[in-house]
Design a protein around this ligand. Sequence first.
Ligand SMILES: *Cc1c(COP(=O)(O)O)cnc(C)c1O
Length: 360
Amino acid sequence: MSRATTATIHLDALRHNLARVRERAPGRRVMAVVKADGYGHGLERVARALADADAFGVAALADAERLRAAGLDNRIVLLSGFDEAADLDVLRRLGVDTSIHHPSQIAMLEADARQGGGPLRCWLKLDTGMHRLGIPADEAKTVHARLAALANVHAELGLMSHFASSDELRSTQTLRQLEAFRAATDGLPGPRSLCNSAAVLAWPQAHADWIRPGGALYGVSVIAGTTGADHGLRPAMTLSTRLIAVNRVRRGERIGYAASWECPEDMPVGVAAIGYGDGYPRHAPAGTPMLVDGVRVPVIGRVSMDLMTLDLRGVPDARVGAPVVAWGEGLPVEEVAAQAGTIGYELVCSITRRVRFVEA
Ligand SMILES: *Cc1c(COP(=O)(O)O)cnc(C)c1O
């Protein structure tokens, strides 16, 4: 039998989550963010499931190539913009919008305009306080005028920014960034876009013309201390496997590498065919939950490359072949992430290539 480790991608959950997001921001256009291979779910399958989105947001030109090759003709926005002059022709050939966040890109656009380059759809990305990508907000008007003067910049020039703390409901940073954006863009024409998933859910006053959800579409928790389900979202990925051994281990015996876990009594120990070689986080400690036959059981011992050990005292009838869920339906990925000191986003993005992907 082939290895059972499987990432099931729930296409209906993706569609359901897009509908929930639209309900939260009625009348706004949706740029579904599908960077990092659709947050690890598979770019093409995610994009086909979300083909109803008004646009896709990607981080790499190669992803735009893949979307076009898959026959998707939605608008596509290259969120971190182009790196070199040669990219401009690729953007034009693929019909992809680019963000403009740095003076080096403006210089390349100006050189391209002198050579008679055709029009590109652009989004001027402003730094309103996150200090990652963006033109300083107080330069918005000068830079906007410089871009608007170029024949190779499409007349509809978008305006965007990104929030640093929209998942923290008590932080005032989002409101300060929103105000900085308003002040910087006051009177400028063009569509506006600010909101990642957390801002879509938590800061409706920032919705503007285009929202840019990513995590929410995959049903991952996007607001600290809540699960996707709390917002009516469904997990788009279930990572599962099977038990390949069930052993009775004596009280006082120790389990796995470094003998880190000691059996407090004679007990059944399950061995699941999954490990960090599949993308399960190695630093998940003993006590991290998994489902066996639909019942929560704790991980015990170290996570190894191919295998993990489970305390089966809560499912004494579990046998070899029993289904095991690492996260997804019935077990929110954020619970595992919290144990492993990370966020659900990182876990779903980290599934390795040997894991079989199936669509459901
Ligand atoms: C990744 C990204 C998003 C989506 O963020 P989520 O938190 O996943 O919703 C939106 N905008 C930009 C610029 C991004 O890079």
